[in-house]
Design a protein around this ligand. Structure first.
Ligand code: URA
Length: 242
């Protein structure tokens, strides 16, 4: 696996690509921000929600509304804070009126999430609610009510992770019994994080070789190296925690 620094740099490149994404024409035309996700780019624990809501769209950060406050509260109960984990969503753009993500939108956005999972390389992936659970288990027929609180090892892209579905905090906000279940499930996270990482699958051969880059003459290469990196760094606060 590439070094943590190399993966972090690559994550920034994916961030940059996502900022200009127009794969979902409706979402691209109604969004205020692309909410890529935020947190520690080398986190052992990653949370995956559904899609940004109005607050997230305005601020460009995931889980900053009421559901986010509950998530932070639960994190503090297990001795963690936002900067210790990485938080992302199935969709990076807000569906208008907070409607459910459409299958085509989930499909369009999936490569960003899979790249995030590959580059952050968490040990535990905690899916919040139905959409992320169904997507990452690749099983649209089995929902969160049956699966919550049951960890399993899953190969997602090139890596094996401990997948741990729990209820979505937004669903638990107004239902005390669901909140109780969410809290019980959440409090098992330290135990899962303390386990050895799951055995990794054999690395696959790359499908096709990248074309060789053109070789530069030595002088050109020196000039190239002196190019300032400015303009390539993400400026958004989403990366403040990276
Ligand atoms: N709900 C989500 O699923 N994601 C957010 O970022 C906020 C609310």
């Amino acid at each position: 696996m590439p070094t943590a620094d190399a993966r972090r740099e690559e994550l920034k490149a994916v961030w940059k690509e996502a900022q200009a994404c127009t794969r979902c024409p409706q979402l691209a035309s109604t969004r205020q921000s692309v909410v890529f996700g935020a947190g520690n780019a080398g986190a052992d624990l990653m949370f995956i929600g559904e899609a940004p809501g109005a607050n997230e769209d305005r601020q460009g950060l995931p889980f900053v509304g009421q559901a986010g406050r509950l998530l932070e509260q639960l994190l503090s109960e297990i001795g963690l804070e936002r900067g210790d984990v990485f938080i992302a969503n199935v969709l990076k753009c807000r569906p208008p009126g907070n409607r459910d993500p459409l299958p085509q939108e989930i499909d369009n956005c999936r490569p960003y999430l899979y790249r995030q999972l590959e580059l952050i390389a968490p040990k535990v992936v905690c899916t919040l609610g139905n959409f992320s659970t169904k997507l990452l288990r690749d099983d649209p027929g089995t929902g969160i009510t049956r699966l919550h609180g049951r960890e399993e090892v899953r190969v997602i892209g090139p890596r094996a992770v401990r997948l741990y579905p729990i209820f979505h905090p937004a669903a638990a906000l107004y239902t005390p019994r669901m909140l109780e279940t969410l809290r019980t499930d959440f409090h098992r996270l330290p135990e899962l994080l303390a386990l050895e990482p799951p055995p990794q699958p054999e690395p696959q051969e790359p499908a096709a070789r990248e074309p060789e880059p053109e070789l530069l003459e030595e002088e050109d290469a020196q000039e190239e190296q002196q190019e300032p990196a400015a303009g390539r760094e993400p400026e958004n606060a989403q990366l403040g925690l990276f």
